[in-house]
Design a protein around this ligand. Structure first.
Ligand code: PBG
Length: 331
C-alpha cells in the first residue's frame, strides 16, 4: 500500500530531506550495535594476533586475545561473538575427530569467554570443514559428501559445543536433517535453552574465498561445495530450506552471503516472520576494504551503507567483520 500524496508542488519529497535532524526523524531504519554478531578467528598459542592477508583489519587471535576481543565487544554493546577456529593441518583428519574434542580450540575459547564475559552470547559453527583433510563440511566417501553419517558427527560436535557453554549453535554445513537431529540431542542432553541459528539458505558462493584463507581451508578444499550449498539461481528452494529448518527446531535463520541475496532476506522475513539474519561474508568485507585501501570508495560510508541494506531488507541482525568498527562509529 502506498501513502496517498498530493501532486507537485503540494508534495515536495525533498522537504523531509532538508537537514540532518529531519532526515534522522523520518528515517525508516536504524543500525545499532545490538544488530551485530561479530565473527572472530581463533588460533592456538598465547598473546598472538596474526593478520589475515585477504581481510585487512581482521586477525586470527589466540584464546587469551579472543577473550579481550569479547570484552571489547561487550563494552561496545555487541550482543554476540561467533567463533571460527584455525586448526593446524595435523588436526585435520578423515574422521574429523577434533570437531567433538571437548578441548578443541573453539570449545576452549567458548569456556574462556563465558568465564570472563558471561553476558556476551557465544555462537559457534557446526560443520566439519575446519577438521577435515578434504576441506569439506561433511565426510567424503568415493568423492561424494555423505549426508547421514555427517549428521551424526555434527550432533557430536554440537553437543560438545553445548557442554562448553555456547549460547547459539550455527550449523553451516547444509546437510539434510541436521537441525532436527541437533535439536533432539540438545533436548535430550539437558541443553533446552541452547539456541540454533540455522545457516538455512547458504549459497555455494565465490564470496567465501577470504574466509577459507582465514581458517586455512583453501589449500585443503578439493572440488566445490555445490552438492550441498545452494545454487545462486534459486529462490523458492531457499524458502523451502528455511521452512524446513524452522519446523525442525531452528530458533533463528540466516541467509548467506548477504548483499547479493537481499531479495532472499526480504522474502524470508515476509514469509516466515522468524528472527532473520544475514551474513555479510568475508568476500563482501574484502571487496569494500580493498576498494577503500585503493582510495576508490570511502571505507566508513561504504561500511554503513553495506550494513543498513540488511535492515532495509527486513533482517533483524547481521553477522559482519565490520561489527567492532561499526559499533565504535556509533558510540
Ligand atoms: C564453513 C563456513 C564458511 C563460512 C562460514 N562457515 C565457508 C564455507 O562454507 O566454505 C563463510 C564465512 C565467510 O566467508 O565469511 N562451513
Amino acid at each position: 500500500m502506498r501513502p496517498t500524496q498530493a501532486p507537485f508542488p503540494a508534495t515536495r519529497l525533498r522537504r523531509t530531506r532538508q537537514s540532518p535532524a529531519i532526515r534522522d526523524m523520518v528515517a525508516e531504519n536504524t543500525l545499532t550495535a545490538a544488530d551485530l554478531i561479530w565473527p572472530v578467528f581463533v588460533r592456538d598459542g598465547e598473546g598472538v594476533e596474526e593478520p589475515v592477508p585477504s581481510m585487512p583489519g581482521v586477525l586470527r587471535r589466540s584464546v587469551d586475545r579472543v577473550v579481550e576481543a569479547a570484552r571489547e565487544a561487550a563494552d561496545l554493546g555487541i550482543p554476540a561473538i561467533c567463533l571460527f577456529p584455525y586448526t593446524s593441518p595435523d588436526q585435520r583428519t578423515a574422521d574429523c575427530a577434533e570437531a567433538w574434542n571437548p578441548d578443541n580450540l573453539s570449545n576452549r575459547a567458548t569456556r574462556a569467554i563465558k568465564a570472563a564475559v558471561p553476558g556476551l552470547a557465544v555462537m559457534t559453527d557446526v560443520a566439519l570443514d575446519p577438521y577435515s583433510d578434504t576441506g569439506h563440511d561433511g565426510f567424503v566417501e568415493e568423492g561424494r559428501i555423505v549426508n547421514d553419517a555427517t549428521v551424526e558427527a555434527l550432533v557430536r560436535q554440537a553437543l560438545a559445543q553445548a557442554e562448553a557453554g555456547v549460547d547459539i549453535i550455527g550449523p553451516s554445513d547444509m546437510m539434510d536433517g541436521r537441525i532436527g537431529a541437533i535439536r533432539r540431542a540438545l533436548e535430550g542432553g539437558g541443553h533446552q535453552d541452547v539456541m540454533i541459528m540455522s545457516y538455512a539458505a547458504k549459497y555455494a558462493s565465490a564470496f567465501y574465498g577470504p574466509f577459507r584463507d582465514a581458517v586455512g581451508a583453501s589449500d585443503a578444499l578439493k572440488g566445490d561445495k555445490k552438492t550441498y550449498q545452494m545454487n545462486p539461481a534459486n529462490t523458492d528452494e531457499a524458502l523451502r530450506l528455511i521452512e524446513r529448518d524452522l519446523r525442525e527446531g531452528a530458533d533463528m535463520v540466516m541467509v548467506k552471503p548477504g548483499m547479493p541475496y537481499l531479495d532472499i532476506c526480504r522474502r524470508v522475513k515476509d514469509g516466515f516472520g522468524a528472527p532473520t539474519f544475514a551474513y555479510q561474508v568475508s568476500g563482501e568485507y574484502a571487496m569494500i576494504m580493498a576498494a577503500a585501501q585503493q582510495g576508490w570508495i570511502d571505507e566508513e560510508r561504504a561500511m554503513l551503507e553495506s550494513l543498513m541494506c540488511f535492515k532495509r531488507a527486513g533482517c533483524d541482525g547481521v553477522l559482519s567483520y565490520f561489527a567492532p568498527a561499526l559499533a565504535r562509529h556509533l558510540s
